[in-house]
Design a binder for this molecule. Structure first.
Ligand code: AHM
Ligand code: MG
Length: 283
């Protein structure tokens, strides 16, 4: 597993360099979710595939930017599911973007995720790694090397509210839930990049990030294998919770297709319990 983390560190430095130096425009292709791909999406995907091609323990790759499963090493043990450049449409306005990695052993479902990691490309490059051994580990790059900053723990309750999805298509009880948080004094923090938004909540001690199902997109936008499950694991290891609109742990998701999405809510305990009450799904 350490080989995979080391590879992610090397990938992070390369993608960061591409973001800082390459063309920010669109390519002439679209991905499996029907979204136009930026040249940087394609380049980041290429860099990740190239890097894992020499890591024998990686059996398969599943990418947000590829249709199916790519077999790398027949005798490998793990499948790495990744979003090469999440929030890439924010690169041209110079906001932070990220890469997300879920490492699975066996069938691709939440309970088979064994580790996750994400990289934030901001003013600095940061990396968070979570395994079953304990709290997420936070690193920051300096001159190409990743220095360990510390373990990350969520407080029971935070102050930040990151409400995603098109507001006019929210259901009434979701709108009431979001309004109630603001009435309690929560502050809005939503950049449009789930990596920096969820990273901020983790490092500032807590709050909630939501991307609900809406009337136009009932299963939400965020993809289970590359986005939802890796961050659900990260939040649970930090002492928080991550659930869907039924109050079910996102770690219990079983996608039927690599690009399946799910409504998702990640936060510290107070906010997620409040969410379950608002959605009428308290056990
Ligand atoms: P992407 O993988 O195509 O970049 O989309 C995922 C991103 C998330 O980072 C972010 O939370 C969400 O899309 C923002 O969507 P919206 O513009 O609907 O708020
Ligand atoms: Mg994404």
């Amino acid at each position: 597993m350490q080989t995979i983390f080391q590879t992610i560190k090397e990938i992070a430095i390369e993608i960061d360099h591409a973001i800082k130096t390459e063309d920010l425009g669109y390519s002439d292709s679209s991905n499996s979710s029907g979204e136009d791909q930026l040249k940087l999406d394609v380049k980041s995907d290429f860099l990740i595939e190239k890097a894992f091609a020499s890591v024998d323990i990686v059996k398969n790759l599943v990418s947000e930017e590829k249709e199916g499963v790519l077999e790398l090493h027949e005798n490998g043990k793990y499948t790495v599911c990744y979003d090469p450049l999440d929030g890439s449409s924010l690169a041209d306005v110079n906001l932070s973007v990220g890469s997300i990695f879920g490492i699975y052993e066996g069938e691709l479902k939440g309970e088979n995720l064994v580790a996750s990691a994400y990289v934030v490309y901001g003013p600095r490059i940061e990396l968070m790694i979570a395994t079953k051994e304990g709290k997420p580990l936070h690193y920051r790059a300096q001159e190409g090397l990743f220095n360990f900053i510390g373990e990350v723990t969520l407080n029971e309750k935070g102050k930040l509210n990151a409400p995603g999805g098109t507001q006019k298509n929210w259901c009434d009880y979701h709108k009431t839930f979001v309004d109630d948080l603001f009435a309690e004094g929560y502050r809005l923090r939503y950049s449009g990049g789930m990596v920096p938004d969820l990273h901020q909540i983790l490092l500032k001690g807590g709050g909630i990030f939501s991307y609900p199902g809406t009337s136009d997109v009932p299963n939400g936008k965020l993809r289970q294998l590359f986005e939802v499950i890796p961050f659900a694991f990260m939040y649970e290891q930090a002492g928080g919770q991550a659930v869907n609109n039924k109050g079910v742990r996102l770690m219990e998701l079983v996608p039927s297709h690599p690009h399946d999405t799910s409504p998702c809510f990640f936060g510290s305990n107070y906010e997620i319990e409040k969410l379950k009450e608002a959605y009428g799904v308290t056990a």
